[in-house]
Write a protein of this length. Structure first.
Length: 193
């Protein structure tokens, strides 16, 4: 059962990422490169750290799929000029702070603190997309974020224990994905510029 859910949600993630990339190509979606770069970096590091610790490869498939899909979105946003979103000083500040949190995640020797720094790094990289989607909701496609909700939700159901370590990151991901969906669903005329 676990294997089927992992493969199905990873395939769903890849499907919606391809749709997202088509929207980048058309120019209707303009991803924030800071967000997608840091998501790629965070998921890539998490994948390789867990791989070196002998984690079951089936459990690593969603993280690897996340790494690959973030890389695909980042590359597409750099290649397709119509899908580019101009970065500003705020984006670079979030990038810098996210990298600091990422380094702290990697060097701290306490699992709870490491998890908190991982969430902070991810959150700091999400903030530029939240700002962009608040100001320009029409520049974001929600399918990828719905796939994220489904994937994380399925992961929660499959947990064999519920505690801070197992719940904190999935709950953050649900809140982050949900917020982007809500902001992107707003009508552009309601957006503040």
């Amino acid at each position: 059962m676990f294997e089927i859910v992992v493969i199905a949600t990873s395939a769903l993630n890849i499907f919606f990422t391809i749709t997202y990339i088509k929207n980048i190509f058309k120019g209707s979606t303009k991803p924030n490169k800071v967000t997608w770069f840091m998501w790629m970096l965070n998921s890539g590091i998490a994948f390789f750290l867990q791989l070196t610790k002998g984690v079951n490869f089936m459990a690593l498939i969603p993280i690897f799929a996340s790494f690959i899909t973030c890389l695909m979105v980042l590359a597409s946003s750099l290649i397709f000029k119509k899908g580019q979103y101009k970065l500003g000083q705020f984006d670079y500040i979030c990038l810098f702070l996210s990298i600091i949190a990422l380094v702290l995640w990697l060097v701290v020797n306490n699992p709870i603190l490491a998890l908190i720094f991982a969430i902070v790094s991810d959150m700091l990289s999400l903030i530029p997309t939240i700002k962009k989607t608040w100001l320009h909701p029409q520049t974001e496609s929600v399918g990828t974020y719905y796939a994220g909700l489904i994937s994380v939700g399925a992961g929660l159901v499959l947990l064999n224990q519920y505690n801070f370590i197992s719940l904190a990151y999935p709950i953050y991901l649900i809140l982050g994905n949900g917020l982007v969906i809500i902001l992107a669903k707003r009508k552009p005329k309601l957006a503040v510029s």
